[in-house]
Design a protein around this ligand. Sequence first.
Ligand code: ADP
Length: 447
Amino acid sequence: MFEKILIANRGEIALRILRAAKELGIATVAVHSTADADAMHVRLADESVCIGPPAARDSYLNIPALVAACEITGADAVHPGYGFLSENAGFAEVLADHNIAFIGPKAEHIRIMGDKIEAKRTARRLGIPCVPGSEGGITDEAEALRVGDEIGYPVLVKAASGGGGRGMKVARTREDLADALAVARQEAKAAFGDDAVYLEKYLEKPRHIEVQVMGDGRGKAVHLGERDCSLQRRHQKVWEEGPSPALGQADREKIGSIVANAMAELKYLGAGTVEFLWENGEFYFIEMNTRIQVEHPVTEMITGIDLVNEQIRVAAGEELSFSQSDVRLRGHAIECRINAEHPVTFRPSPGVISYYHPPGGLGVRVDSAIYQGYRIPPNYDSLLGKLIVHGRTRDECLMRLRRALDEIVVGGVDTTLPLFRTLVRNHDIQAGAYDIHWLEHFLLDGG
Ligand code: ADP
């Protein structure tokens, strides 16, 4: 097992990793930018190293500084969390060159799944159902029109290097396609330095349902059920729950075993999420994330399995602590992403947390790095923390979530808490009757 893990991240996920390492008896190193000197992950780690100025490209994305921090502290492994360098195959390789373990998948799998065109090709080969679309990248208009005619309109132009919902353009009709293609390529070039795009059938009313998987890197892979992340704003997840209120047990087992078999064949290592759109009872692969995800606690609450602990174990060459038959989905869990943003305009609201009272009680979990007096720096994303609630049934979970949302107090900055207090009381949400567009329409109608 590792002796010392360097956590190449900040915020709540840095704390989450720290907790898993401590439970395994592994020493921890926090890294931080100058803007994060007072952060909770720095306070709780055994050691800390300042790796640069506030801008992420000079600190949390600074590979030479991170490698130097490992060498100085003698860390033998790095956990990248999510975002930042978590899906950077080059980073995993540089660490390997320095004899430092990367707590994540093999570099080749990160690379394949990081290119969405290659990812879809691989998924198809492994027997995973995909959204109908172009075979590979699209470079000219004539080819785009040919594919558009074949799959039928509306179509979606997507960036091969896309992420965070950026670089996507819908063409409702044949006439819109040339423009959509040009705009998507331009946006992709600006955002990712890569103008490669591909076409996909635009699904009108799907749900976003994703399957959590863990592999040992040697051909054993286990699925841990699904999460429904259909409640989105600008293609960004806001509320996640599991199991999906829309899915039956037969469909769950079917897609779960397709994913587990595919990942076993790939000899996938560590945690991963295979994302699907689900419409009219059919699953369509859209992408795979080769990292721990923000919403992983939903799965932890219904399976009782510590996913970060398992990530660390398999990265160190150990076996998974469980097999498929040990995975039992119990009850229901919902996660709310609490952002420091205005609940109506979604304007970021950095500043000082003047007062903080977290909720408690049976089935309530808060993953957060904030504390009273903490100053939220303006340099990073606005996630303050996650409220995750578990109940024996979805109704019990909703009841408990309503109670926990009424209890939590975050003072001094705007937060999205009022939005969740409205959502948890909404009839459609209570009925589980929503698709990926529901939240945008709800917000347009004034909540
Ligand atoms: P990103 O990597 O930017 O998150 P994804 O491929 O995961 O991109 O898609 C993000 C979201 O965009 C999905 O959850 C869904 O809401 C929407 N989306 C993606 N592909 C399609 C599609 N073919 N039809 C309709 N909506 C889509």
